[in-house]
Structures are given as structure tokens and as C-alpha cells.
Design a binder for this molecule. Structure first.
Ligand SMILES: Nc1ncnc2c1ncn2[C@@H]1O[C@H](COP(=O)(O)OP(=O)(O)OC[C@H]2O[C@@H]([n+]3cccc(C(=O)O)c3)[C@H](O)[C@@H]2O)[C@@H](O)[C@H]1O
Ligand SMILES: Nc1ncnc2c1ncn2[C@@H]1O[C@H](COP(=O)(O)OP(=O)(O)OP(=O)(O)O)[C@@H](O)[C@H]1O
Ligand SMILES: [Mg+2]
Length: 247
């Protein structure tokens, strides 16, 4: 018989401890957004390292409801946390970049700005983890990794990814088992990079369908096309940077 969710969680907690030991590190940190992926991750790292785990809440033009939810996750998991507001530094950086570029070049400002939020969060977590000798824990799940639905070197820039093999429905099941508040589990997944952004709206398919696909079940042809296209286009995010052969 297959392992229960509870057993899988216990094994993952053990795996997290091994990763820290092998790295000669002291603990683990994660960005807490108010969404279910980081909620589950926060509970897992708190279980693995009750005294050496840290949640980092980093508003960056964020919906105040998400920050409230992030605080609820921190309270429910009892993880130690700090809050670092990136809104101002982000605005300064964006102004500096685009006041120079926009005059003479045309490009996709919306996506450039959105991804910078994720990369500023990554830089912030790494500064903290360098300082504490902690590892940076990623929250990306199997559906996000397969479709490349993450920012390269942003939320994708991490040391370890404990949820990498989980479909979104498994993330929710684990979250329920470990004690994540139900309202967080039921929230529509969102990267929160612009107002009213939802993962499913942006990807053009649903997590249920991506999960079915990953489980080897048949999915509608239109969704199959979308998933495979997202996968092909994001191949570069799952590899080391290309380099020429030795000449
Ligand atoms: N073939 C190739 N080989 C090597 N590099 C390649 C490449 N094609 C693009 N690139 C590089 O990759 C860049 C594009 O990748 P990237 O910067 O990631 O940008 P991109 O994939 O365009 O956007 C990231 C997507 O992930 C979503 N996201 C981000 C963060 C969090 C979440 C969430 O669920 O919470 C979701 C976000 O809403 C957006 O849809 C290009 O600007 C280029 O530098
Ligand atoms: N405001 C924030 N503060 C701290 N970390 C954040 C914030 N926003 C995003 N992140 C980090 O980026 C990760 C990627 O976001 P993503 O939306 O995929 O996950 P989630 O919000 O935890 O769950 P969901 O996908 O269901 O919204 C988050 O899990 C979190 O680690
Ligand atoms: Mg989110």
C-alpha cells in the first residue's frame, strides 16, 4: 500500500533536516505570501527546525489581504518571522530603469516589472540566509515547474524545493493534514504580481487539468496544447545556462 499523507510529510521533514546537515547549514527560510504553497512550506520548515526556521513577509505593492493572510500563516505555524517592505525600493529601481529606457526603446514593461518583484524577494531572502547560514527554501510545485510558471532566478532561485514532486491538489491535501488554515487552502492561486492576477487566468488552463495531465490522465486537447507549449517555452528555466562547447 502507498504511504499516507502523514507519512509523506514526516519523510519530507526528515529530508529537510538532511539537506541542512549535508550543506553544513543551520536552518531554513521561506518567503510567506499568504498563498497555500508557502503556507505548507512554512509549516514543514517549522516542523523540521523549530528553533532555526524563519518566514519572511515581503510586501511589494501587495494586496493588503495577502499580507494579512501571510500573517495568519505565520501565526498558525508559529514560525518566527520578519517583515521587510520592498515597495519603496522597488519603485525607486523601476523609476531609475524605465526613465532611461522608455524614451528610446519599446518593450514589455508589465512582465519586466512583475518579475523584478520576485527577484527582489529572492535577493532579500539570500541576504538573510547568507547572514544566518540558512538555506533558501523554494515553494514551487510540480505543476509550476512543468509549465515554467515561475520567475527565473526569482521564486525559482532557491536552494531546495520540497514541493517539487507535488501536484497542486497534493499541496492542498498536505496543507490540510499539517494544519494550514482552510481559508488559505481555498484561496485562488495567485502570483500577486499585479492586481487581480490569477495563475489559472494567466496560464489559460486550470491546476486540476495540469494535475490530471501530470498524473497521466487524459485532458482536453486544447489544454494539452497549452500545457505542452508552456513546458517547451520554459525548458531553459529547468537547465543550467547554455554555454558553447570548448573550442
Ligand atoms: N530559450 C531561452 N534560453 C535561455 N533563456 C531564455 C530563453 N527564453 C527566455 N529566456 C530568458 O528568460 C526570461 C523569461 O523568463 P522569466 O524572467 O521567468 O519571465 P516569464 O517566463 O516571461 O514570466 C514569468 C511568469 O511566471 C509567472 N510567475 C512569476 C512569479 C511567481 C509566480 C507564482 O505562481 O507565484 C508566477 C509570471 O506571472 C509570469 O507568467 C527572458 O527575459 C530571457 O532572459
Ligand atoms: N508578499 C510576499 N512575501 C514573501 N514571499 C512572497 C510574497 N509573494 C510571493 N512570495 C514568495 O513567492 C512564492 C511564489 O508564489 P506562489 O504564488 O507560487 O506561491 P503561494 O503564494 O505560496 O501559493 P499560490 O500559488 O497558491 O498563490 C511564494 O510561495 C513565496 O515564497
Ligand atoms: Mg501566491
Amino acid at each position: 500500500m502507498g504511504k499516507s499523507v502523514k507519512e509523506k510529510i514526516d519523510l519530507t521533514v526528515e529530508w529537510l533536516r538532511e539537506q541542512v546537515e549535508q550543506a553544513g547549514a543551520k536552518g531554513l527560510a521561506v518567503g510567506i505570501s499568504g498563498g497555500v504553497d508557502s503556507a505548507l512550506t512554512a509549516f514543514l520548515i517549522k516542523r523540521a527546525f523549530p528553533q532555526n526556521s524563519l518566514g519572511i513577509i515581503m510586501p511589494c505593492e501587495s494586496d493588503p489581504k495577502d499580507i494579512e493572510d501571510a500573517l495568519k500563516v505565520a501565526a498558525a505555524s508559529q514560525i518566527e518571522f520578519i517583515r521587510i517592505d520592498l515597495t519603496e525600493i522597488y519603485a525607486t529601481l523601476m523609476k531609475n530603469i524605465f526613465s532611461q529606457l522608455e524614451d528610446y526603446k519599446i518593450g514589455n514593461k508589465k512582465i519586466a516589472m512583475a518579475n523584478t518583484k520576485a527577484r527582489l524577494r529572492m535577493s532579500t531572502i539570500y541576504a538573510i540566509c547568507n547572514y544566518l547560514n540558512f538555506l533558501v527554501v523554494g515553494t514551487d510545485n510540480a505543476a509550476e515547474i512543468y509549465t515554467g510558471y515561475f520567475t527565473k532566478y526569482g521564486d525559482g532561485g532557491v536552494d531546495i524545493m520540497p514541493l517539487a514532486n507535488l501536484t497542486k491538489r497534493e499541496v492542498r491535501a498536505w496543507a490540510r493534514e499539517i494544519g494550514v488554515p482552510e481559508e488559505i487552502i481555498l484561496k485562488a492561486p495567485s502570483a500577486g504580481l499585479w492586481p487581480n492576477q490569477t495563475d489559472e487566468g494567466e496560464m489559460g488552463t486550470t491546476y486540476d487539468i495540469i494535475d490530471d495531465f501530470l498524473e497521466g490522465n487524459k485532458v482536453p486537447a486544447k489544454d494539452f496544447e497549452i500545457i505542452e507549449k508552456l513546458h517547451r517555452r520554459s525548458e531553459h528555466k529547468r537547465k543550467l545556462p547554455s554555454s558553447p562547447p570548448k573550442y
